[in-house]
Write a protein that binds this ligand. Structure first.
Ligand code: UDX
Length: 449
């Protein structure tokens, strides 16, 4: 099939590369000419395991092309995927200007029947707006051409996107057109593992499914973080509680890991957008707002723990941070808990020495050169002259730790673990004060308080 993909960001590139890899003819179009020039040479602007190889291979095979020529791109594909950004606007609602611009571009340049597919995460009702924008543009040029708009939300996890695309748990398609259903079946037919996982539904239900999935997952995380908070006050160990509740299959073990709050490009934005949409429809979503509030508070917990450990005087202290990305296997720092922590530490007059296996460049891009930030090449370099160590991201390489050596290196024996990586008894036996989430010395602090 001939497929056009608007937007060469995370979702567009993964979708384009994966569809080309199974034999479709794909053209990816973007307004950023620098980005397209680099992509034509196989240089991929984002960090995603396996993506660069996939893009280079399919470029060489001629099945994947990149262009800034929107008119030619519209002409190319029967399927026109829209995978451009929907950043939050001032009140947290999704900003649809890029999606609607693409819709108008399609309306302006199409010469025959097209199937327009919303892949970006867009509020319920967007397909109707895309439909209207294309129809208006067509009417403006006096053209009478048929087209359909459907919703096919993505459920990709950063760091595992290629695997998720080909072996995901479902492909949701929102449409009431038999023609679209046939085309979407053909599009995903090369993925044998997805054949019985295509779920057809009406457009609005498909749009809501995406938000509901992310909101449910975010709710699980805020729930366990809330219970972790209670565990600290009650003198319990959240990891034992997690094990205890996860063994009930109705609850399950997935997505109930306590931590320093969810981040990334999806959960914070989508929970906020759904909550704002609810409000615009006259419904205050008490649950979604609580999920956000709990997460916001959780991201502030790391700083509170460091601050408590130093009797609320962090002026002149040097804090080592391991892990800057919002989760392992990515360099993405959007909404990362590490940012909340660093900004609070700077505000309190402390210096930061940070190490992340992938996200140092991104951190430099965000914060630039500053005297109170040293980005380190090695994790041990971040410990040099540091008063305490805080772990923000659970990179695999952080799991094996020489606690004795750590105690000798740090000026104060303080380890704050935002991801509960260690056994509190072992850490404490090495003479360190161990503040984790819902366990460790935080428990005793709160219980005594
Ligand atoms: C998420 C969804 O998983 C994906 O289906 C959707 O399409 C996009 O959003 P992603 O943002 O890549 O994907 O990250 P994910 O691996 O889901 O983690 C999100 C955040 O939740 C991270 O900050 C992670 O640290 C946190 N998390 C996750 C927890 O704190 N506890 C958990 O148990 C699981």
């Amino acid at each position: 099939m001939r497929i056009t993909i608007f937007g060469s960001g995370y979702v567009g590139l993964v979708t384009g590369a994966c569809l080309a890899d199974v034999g479709h003819d794909v053209i990816c179009v973007d307004v950023d000419s620098d980005k397209i020039a680099r992509l034509k040479n196989g240089q991929v602007p984002i960090h995603e395991p396996g993506l660069e190889t996939l893009i280079q291979h399919n470029l060489a095979e001629g099945r994947l092309r990149f262009t800034t020529d929107a008119a030619a791109a519209v002409d190319f594909g029967l399927l026109q995927f829209i995978a451009v950004g929907t950043p939050p606007d001032e009140d947290g609602s999704a900003d649809l200007q890029y999606v609607l611009n693409v819709a108008r571009t399609i309306g302006m340049n199409m010469k025959d029947y097209k199937i327009v597919i919303n892949k970006s995460t867009v509020p319920v009702g967007t397909a109707d707006k895309v439909q209207a924008a294309i129809a208006e543009t067509l009417a403006g040029r006096g053209a009478e051409l048929a087209f359909d708009v459907c919703s096919n939300p993505e459920f990709l996890k950063e760091g595992a996107a290629i695997e998720d695309f080909s072996k995901g748990s479902r492909v949701v398609v929102g449409t009431d057109s038999e023609r679209v259903k046939r085309a979407m079946r053909e599009c995903y037919a090369p993925y044998s593992r997805l054949q019985d996982k295509l779920i057809f539904m009406d457009v609005r239900s498909a749009e809501l499914t995406k938000y509901a999935a992310n909101a449910m997952l975010a709710t699980k995380i805020s729930f366990i973080n809330e219970i972790a908070h209670l565990a600290e006050r009650m003198g319990a160990d959240i990891e034992q509680v997690r094990h205890g509740i996860g063994s009930d299959p109705r609850i399950g073990y997935h997505f109930i890991y306590p931590g320093c709050g969810y981040g990334g490009s999806c959960f914070p934005k989508d929970v906020q957008a759904l909550s704002r949409t609810a409000r615009s429809l006259g419904h205050e979503s008490a649950l979604l707002e609580a999920v956000e509030t709990v997460n916001h508070r959780q991201k502030g917990q790391l700083f509170n723990k460091v601050s408590n450990a130093f009797d609320h005087d962090l002026k002149g202290k040097t804090i080592a941070i391991w892990g800057l990305a919002f989760k392992p296997n990515t360099d993405d720092m959007r909404e990362a808990p590490s940012r909340t922590l660093m900004e609070a530490l700077w505000e309190a007059g402390a210096k930061v020495q940070a190490y992340d296996p992938e996200a140092s460049d991104e951190c430099h891009r965000i914060y630039g050169q500053r005297d109170d930030l040293r980005l380190c090449q090695h994790r041990n370099e971040a410990l040099e002259g540091a008063d305490a160590l805080v772990i923000c991201t659970e990179w695999k390489a952080f799991r094996a730790m020489d606690f004795e050596a750590l105690r000798e290196t740090l000026a104060s024996p303080v380890l704050v673990d935002g991801r509960n990586l260690f056994d509190p008894d072992i850490v404490k036996a090495a003479g360190l004060r161990y503040y984790a989430v819902g366990r460790g010395d935080s428990v005793h602090l709160s219980v005594m308080a």
